[in-house]
Write a protein that binds this ligand. Structure first.
Ligand code: MIC
Ligand code: SF4
Length: 638
């Protein structure tokens, strides 16, 4: 068996481990972050459970930390009170980014982790099966429900060789993206093996598993080996280590061979993480901004490299350079070692330990600005500036570009600095607040921005309405429901946030949806890629969207649509996509959903279109009841 199969087998509750079959697995740990967490906990409350049933659940605050008014702070207070009451560890704002913190302090090889954030696979770097999901699925896992998923194909990414100086883990995952693109691993797990993995530290492995999300993968995983042991020992958690390896003769559904020695610095061009080219090809393009941070590249290793490359150098006059460290541990080390001084002396702006600019919370680039970021996503408008051009690269490339003022191959910086990682990390868990021993006395604090989840009705058998929008391929949840400083604070308020549905690509969508009383969305390939935000399903549901018909769907968004009672349907013949226009009136008969046969009539031009779906029996029952909450409530009644 391969490693993914071993861990899944140990956690299997229902189903068979055959690619494409629906399986249910036991979840050992959960994580939430504040932007998806408020909704997840409102849903958890609706499930009527006294205490979480997991081994460990952690609620992080890292996304909405700008606090431009009371709303973010109200959400934090709500989350803290919920955590205390229901048995959840609370990571205070300022402690750091959920994935970095989880890797440092909680991730355990061989266990399962479900997180309401698409980059939860970061913890795959330590050898756990860590999966991103919608808040409702995470809430259900906290309530003790298993997690349902399609058994993925397991793809072996076989690494040989050793990275050359200035070529990094980020370039490894960019190479994977260059080869397979943003939908190359939908319903697949990327399992890394080979001699090459021995040359990669745990944080470097985590950079790779983190950004594996951008391939559409269900998750990515590295074995747990001697390097993992050393990392966990250095985190004071040696006793939680155990070796986790694939069998010698393990079988895989597919293999990708990468020789690390042959890689060169790579960069993803606007506006897709899959648009990867060698840095050398875009070298010389003048930049306005560079930022090192996000859950992909904000570990101590990354910031030590930044500090040592910046030592004695200055940021170009026309460039704004910022860092957002992944955790307090990281910044404390930089302070103690004196390395933070090199960063500040060079002219950097030091931001909070949080997601920050990665999700458009500040640091928007100037008009038509060029920004080189070490993040994982560069979707249109995500930076907060609609016409900005965002490039994704390694910390090394970001620093070289910031020093020279234009995109620069980092090898131009000369000698590669030798960095010394600490034998023991600075361990200070004081910003993790343990839950109250007796939750019954804890009162939940709700601010005025926290609105209850709207009630949704069961599904009709025949759906009729207008096509409210027709979009192309690879539409991300950032297109469907953007993040950013203006919209993120509305995450606990569905009526308000729904006003921004599709606002980056079609500012009239909201008023049209209201006027027409809902309708349908037509999508291309990989509809709903990117973030796990279930708001990209709840807001359309609130606006009366009944079904999304697309060429294919991204995994998490597909599940979120079902959870909130929107039917995800697929063109049997992708060419039929051309037979529908925005404004057409459609009728979809769902009588044959169980048999896999769905007919859609385009009442505007008389065309009949055959649709199919990827729904399990369980998901159809859920859809017919109006979504997962209604389904769970019904189940608990019986
Ligand atoms: C993201 O990187 O897009 C986010 C913001 O972390 C999202 C979660 C969210 O929208 O709150 C994700 O990746 O799931
Ligand atoms: Fe936060 Fe960005 Fe990571 Fe999402 S991708 S969790 S916004 S740092």
């Amino acid at each position: 068996m391969n490693l993914a199969q071993k861990i899944l087998k140990e956690h299997l509750v229902e189903g068979r481990l055959e690619a494409g079959e629906e399986i249910a697995i036991k979840i050992d740990q959960t994580l939430t972050q504040d932007a998806t967490g408020t909704m997840a906990y409102l849903e958890f409350e609706a499930m009527g459970v006294d205490r979480v049933k997991t081994e460990l659940s952690v609620s992080y605050v890292d996304h909405n930390t700008l606090q431009t008014d009371f709303r973010n702070a109200d959400d934090h207070r709500y989350l803290q009170s919920i955590a205390a009451k229901y048995g959840i560890y609370f990571s205070r704002p300022g402690n750091g980014i959920c994935h970095q913190l989880h890797l440092e302090r909680f991730a355990v090889p061989g266990k399962t982790l479900l997180g309401s954030d698409s980059h939860t696979p970061t913890a795959g770097g330590i050898g756990m099966i860590a999966i991103g999901a919608g808040g409702l699925d995470v809430a259900a896992a906290m309530a003790g429900e298993p997690f349902y998923l399609k058994m993925p194909e397991i793809v072996n990414v076989h690494l040989t060789g050793r990275l050359k100086p200035f070529v990094t883990a980020k370039d490894v995952i960019l190479e994977v993206l260059r080869r397979i693109g943003v939908k190359g691993a939908v319903n697949k797990i990327l399992e890394y093996t080979g001699e090459g993995i021995k040359t990669l530290s745990v944080p470097e492995r985590a950079t790779i598993t983190n950004m594996g999300t951008e391939t559409g993968a269900t998750t990515s995983i590295f074995p747990s080996d001697e390097i993992t042991r050393q990392f966990m020992e250095a985190q004071g958690r040696g006793e939680q280590w155990k070796p986790m390896m694939p069998d010698e003769n393990a079988e895989y559904d597919d293999t990708i061979e990468i020789n690390l020695s042959e890689l060169e610095p790579l960069i993803a061009l606007p506006h897709s993480p899959g648009n990867v080219k060698p840095v050398a090809e875009v070298e010389g393009l003048k930049i306005d901004q560079a930022i090192v941070g996000s859950c992909t590249n904000s570990s101590l290793r990354d910031l030590k490299i930044v500090a040592n490359l910046l030592k004695g150098r200055k940021i170009a006059e026309h460039v704004s350079f910022a860092i957002s460290p992944g955790s307090r541990q990281v910044i404390l080390h930089l302070i103690e070692s004196g390395e933070l001084a090199h960063i500040i002396k060079a002219g950097a702006r030091v931001l909070e330990n949080a997601c920050g600019p990665c999700i458009g919370m500040g640091q928007a680039p100037p008009s038509k600005g060029v920004s080189v970021r070490t993040f994982n996503r560069n979707f249109l408008g995500r930076s907060g500036t609609k016409d900005a051009m965002v490039y994704l690269a390694s910390p090394e490339t970001a620093v070289a570009s910031a020093i020279y003022g234009s995109i620069t191959d980092p090898r131009k910086l000369g000698e590669y600095p030798e960095i010394k990682m600490p034998e023991k990390f600075i361990i200070d868990d004081s910003m993790f607040i343990p839950p109250a021993k007796d939750g019954s006395k804890v009162e939940i604090i709700r601010g005025p921005n926290i609105k209850p989840l709207p009630e949704f009705k069961p599904l009709d058998n025949v759906l009729e309405g207008e096509v409210l929008i027709k979009v192309g391929d690879d539409i991300s949840t950032d297109h469907i429901l953007p993040g950013g400083a203006k919209i993120l604070p509305l995450r606990s308020n569905i009526p308000e946030i729904s006003k921004y549905t599709f606002s980056v690509i079609d500012p009239d969508f909201y008023s049209r949806a209201m006027e027409k009383n809902g309708g349908f969305i037509i999508g291309g390939e990989n509809y709903g890629q990117g973030s796990s935000r279930e708001h990209a399903a709840i807001a359309p549901k609130y606006l009366g969207i009944k079904a999304v018909v697309a060429k294919s769907f991204a995994r998490i968004h597909h599940a979120n649509l079902i959870n909130f009672g929107i039917v995800p349907l697929i063109f049997s013949n992708p060419a039929d996509y051309d037979k529908i226009e925005q404004g057409d009136r459609l009728q979809i008969d769902l009588t044959g959903l169980e048999e896999g046969k769905v007919i859609m009539k385009n009442l505007s031009n008389g065309e009949e279109i055959v649709l199919k779906h990827n729904l399990s029996e369980r998901e159809i029952v859920m859809l017919r009841k109006g979504g997962k909450l209604a389904y769970i409530r019904d189940k608990n009644k019986r």
